[in-house]
Design a protein around this ligand. Structure first.
Ligand code: ASP
Ligand code: MG
Length: 453
């Protein structure tokens, strides 16, 4: 059976929830039971809740905060009225009102205390998912799919690091087996809010912004799902940034390792760290568009993707600075690289690409804040020059590992573009070039034409 996680836009309004219902119905018909459903808050709700919390901490923000609570109440009540008929509707309306009354009470207390602790912020931020999951569970049941609301605070057990809590693997797996599996066995569809958990003492926590994907992966791993589906508002992962390439292609399939490389270089793709429990258990993850459920989506699996196009995708990072560092000492002095990287470490500056020759090393940095201080520190033992307005262009594909001609093709396609650095890292599934920012769009177009069109 599958786990279906629906993002904020996929539960944003009654029409979206109706699409969700049909998606769930289809999965259920195919598998004979399930699926387990994880939902985000309705789009915009988490931001609104956090805004309410911060406004509540100041006396002047109080009335605005209460007004926004009423907007939230109206939005959820309207959903309930649209999706759930009488008499079941009444219980849902009560739940919504109770949650929002609690929110109003917390906000009033904050106005007195004038201080919002991370623990309180979590109580507030969690309400978006607690509400949306109630609405979806009731809407499914009303549509003839028996569903059971699962309180995520009982199912996802976490550390007490509020606002970015880490799930406790064994405790969470046990809780999921105790709560979610029986619902599935009873042929009900368990519905739980993503993003939310609680400590062993029952204090509400959240997993960090965007954490619902993580919840989906946890549930998938906990119940041993055969697939985790991430339903969103795009068709899947694209071969290149659509702001640069007019018609990027959909990537049908890629490996977790490729996804990690692309995400690191800024591609809009699910970052494997957000689906770690699925990666660890080798459970395939599929990204799908809830507006066009018939589309194939993008499948992310553990196996290297060797059967598709020679490259899997392109990603880029603009506005990077290249720092060239040349040893002023004799040739082959050992310890040079150590000293160089110590300086970057001292100024907490991450380095993306590194190329070296006998006496010099070039690195790229995308956070230029500390560059003046770094330059000064490096100048004590090296000659340093920097060049800004540079960009990284990264071509990713598992086939790069065993087919050296692909890397050669990448470089030769870019022959008329001045390349400042070229690097193929140890993973050998990416080749990265550093070029002028001004050349980035053209270079990306050339590569895209060559490999994807
Ligand atoms: N609602 C949360 C957020 O907006 C979690 C999520 O949607 O993944 O960050
Ligand atoms: Mg999200």
């Amino acid at each position: 059976m599958v786990v279906q996680k629906f993002g904020g836009t996929s539960v944003a309004d009654p029409a979206a929830v109706r699409r969700l219902i049909e998606i769930v119905r289809t999965a259920r018909a195919r598998d004979g039971r399930g699926p387990a459903v994880v939902v985000s808050a309705m789009s915009g709700v988490t931001d609104l809740l956090l805004g309410i919390a911060s406004a509540a901490g100041s006396s002047s923000g109080m009335s605005g905060a209460l007004e926004r609570i009423e907007q939230l109440r109206e939005r959820h009540l309207a959903m309930a009225r649209d999706l759930v008929p009488e008499p079941e509707r009444d219980a849902l309306l009560d739940e919504i009102n109770t949650t929002l009354n609690q929110l109003a009470a917390v906000v009033q207390a904050l106005a007195v205390l004038r201080e919002v602790s991370p623990r309180t912020l979590d109580v507030i931020a969690a309400m978006g998912e607690l509400l949306s999951s109630r609405v979806v569970a009731a809407a499914l049941t009303a549509a003839g799919i028996p569903a059971e609301w699962v309180d995520a605070r009982r199912a996802i057990v976490t550390t007490a690091d509020h606002m970015r809590a880490t799930p406790l693997a064994a405790e969470t797996a046990q809780a999921l087996r105790a709560i979610v599996v029986p619902a599935l066995d009873a042929k009900r569809v368990p519905v739980l809010g993503g993003f939310v958990g609680a400590t062993v003492h029952g204090n509400t926590t959240t997993l960090g912004r965007g954490g619902s994907d993580y919840s989906g992966a946890l549930v998938g791993a906990g119940i041993g799902a055969r697939e985790i589906q991430i339903w969103t508002d795009v068709d899947g992962m694209l071969t290149a940034d659509p702001r640069v390439i007019r018609q990027p292609r959909l990537v049908p399939k890629l490996s977790f390792a490729e996804a990690a490389e692309l995400a690191y270089f800024g591609a809009k793709v699910l970052h494997p760290s957000t689906i770690l429990p699925a990666v660890e258990r080798n459970i395939p993850v599929r990204i799908l568009n809830s507006m066009r459920p018939e589309g194939p989506g993008t499948l992310i699996t553990a196996e290297p993707s060797l059967d598709g196009t020679p490259l899997t995708g392109l990603a880029s990072k603009g506005n990077v600075v290249v720092v060239d560092i040349t040893s002023t000492r004799m040739l082959m002095a050992y310890g040079f690289l150590r000293r160089v990287f110590e300086v970057f470490e001292r100024f907490s500056t991450a380095v993306d690409v590194v190329t070296t020759s006998e006496v010099s090393v070039s690195v790229t940095v995308d956070d230029a804040k500390a560059i003046p201080a770094i330059t000064e520190a490096l100048s004590e033992f090296a000659e340093v020059s920097t060049e800004s307005d540079m960009a990284l262009l990264c071509a990713v594909g598992d086939r790069l590992r065993d087919e050296p001609e692909i890397a050669a093709r990448v470089v030769s396609v870019l022959e008329e573009v001045p390349l400042r650095m070229i690097s193929q890292a140890a993973s050998r599934r990416n080749i990265t070039v550093v070029l002028r920012q001004a050349d980035l769009a053209h270079a990306m177009q050339r590569l895209h034409e060559e490999f994807f069109q």
